[in-house]
Design a protein around this ligand. Sequence first.
Ligand code: HEC
Length: 227
Amino acid sequence: MFKKTPVAAGIAALASMMIVGGVAVADADNAHYYTEMTPHELADYLIFEADGFFLDQEVQEGGTTHQRMVQDDMHKACSVIGGGDPDQETLQAVREAAAESIVYPEGGIQLGDWERGRELAWSGFGYRVGHRTDDHSARPVGGNCYNCHQMATDRTGGNVGPSLTAYGKTRGTSEAILKYAYDMIYNPHVYFPCTNMPRFGSSGFLDEQAMADIMAYMFDPESPVNE
Ligand code: HEC
């Protein structure tokens, strides 16, 4: 998504911003004073105006990068202007909308193939835009779980979300816990309204089989998650 900038020019730009310290610093045409902008204004400026992103690049699923970055209703509800947390009424509305979005498999929630689930949980492939926009008709879309969760002890994951190590081993595989995990992957706003965890089911990123495989990776006693 970033335009390629010669490294030297990038460093020069960075250096010129830093040398002046707290004083208002202008870009080339002296029109934009970065240090006078709020973080919100600066983010808006850098993304939508500074021409640093290929916003009109077409994305595989239709539309452009710009359209992809426009907030949907949930994003809008959860983004409190001026900062802070959404009020209780908003959280409740987000929770209800999330519950309505969840579709269950016809034969009930099933566990698939943990080995395939492992591949998917550790893959961030799909829906990425940039110089080499992902072609997810050629390779399955990953769940990217590892970026936020520690999952098994054989690989190192992120810590944005809680560790999922030994998930099935410690929680069992009752209908209730399988439903909870399914809901969390499908649309986590049903339990954690305005969470940072993506909505893999309702966004269409993961299909029924991919969700079943990732759940097998979390719950199957043979999976490294439960070693
Ligand atoms: C961008 C970060 C992020 C990604 C990617 C992500 N999660 Fe999460 N996840 C979270 C956060 C944060 C929480 C805790 C909920 C909260 O406090 O908002 C969470 C909570 C969970 C929980 C509930 C844990 C519990 O026991 O209560 C499960 C299960 C889970 N995630 C599974 C997954 C799976 C499976 C994937 C991949 C398909 C995934 N997550 C991808 C951030 C993420």
